[in-house]
Write a new protein. Structure first.
Length: 202
């Protein structure tokens, strides 16, 4: 059993408890056990995925349903779109898959961002449409790519454009989705895109 002083020190160093007895802890995506004899944390070996082992988690069912393709989640602000996308990303990363999460709105709470980083999800915040457009063209090495969201950055640009140029902006959004669809097929991966239910883009 840890003393109050040891508990405070563990938390100040970035360790988080994994069980009620505070025997197992996590830090930066790794698992540790508190050794009562040495009064120190002992890092536990990473669990390896066994080839051919069937997976029945939500991520596997989701990926099987979507296939190597894009999927979109629509919903009004505050309906939990980002929470669902974060849960899917954590599930995939927990099963050992490479995940990239591109956040364009910064609606995700800090604790959720920390969870993504600890799970080794490649999380990044970037609200600039030109940069997002480039990433959508080539998301890189990943089994799951999450764009949260598509509508917000393109619509902020859309609002500042003349009527003549708005058509080009919409074509860029369509091209970004087409690039993600092709990337998912070539990579045999899933691209998950968050958007609002009603806009000029949907």
């Amino acid at each position: 059993m840890m003393t109050e002083e040891e508990l405070d020190r563990a938390k100040s160093l970035g360790y988080g408890p994994l069980d009620g007895e505070q025997r197992f802890w996590s830090k930066e995506g790794h698992r540790y056990e508190f050794d009562d004899k040495t009064r120190n944390f002992v890092r536990l070996p990473q669990e390896e995925k066994k080839a051919g082992t069937p997976k029945n988690g939500f991520w596997q069912r989701f990926a099987s349903f979507v296939g190597p393709d894009t999927a979109m989640i629509f919903g009004d602000t505050g309906t939990g779109k980002s929470a669902l996308a974060t849960a899917i990303a954590l599930q995939a990363a927990g099963d050992g898959y490479q995940v990239r999460y591109l956040d364009s709105e910064r609606n995700i709470p800090d604790f959720a961002i920390q969870q993504l980083k600890e799970a080794k999800v490649a999380y990044a915040y970037n609200p600039v449409w030109s940069a997002i457009r480039g990433i959508c063209h080539s998301p890189g090495e990943a089994d799951l790519f999450v764009l949260d969201s598509l509508a917000a950055p393109i619509m902020s640009q859309f609002a500042r454009l003349s009527m003549k140029k708005r058509g080009d902006a919409l074509l860029e959004a369509i091209a970004a989705m087409a690039d993600l669809k092709e990337w998912a097929y070539r990579r045999q991966a899933v691209a998950l895109v968050i958007s609002q239910p009603q806009s000029e883009l949907a």
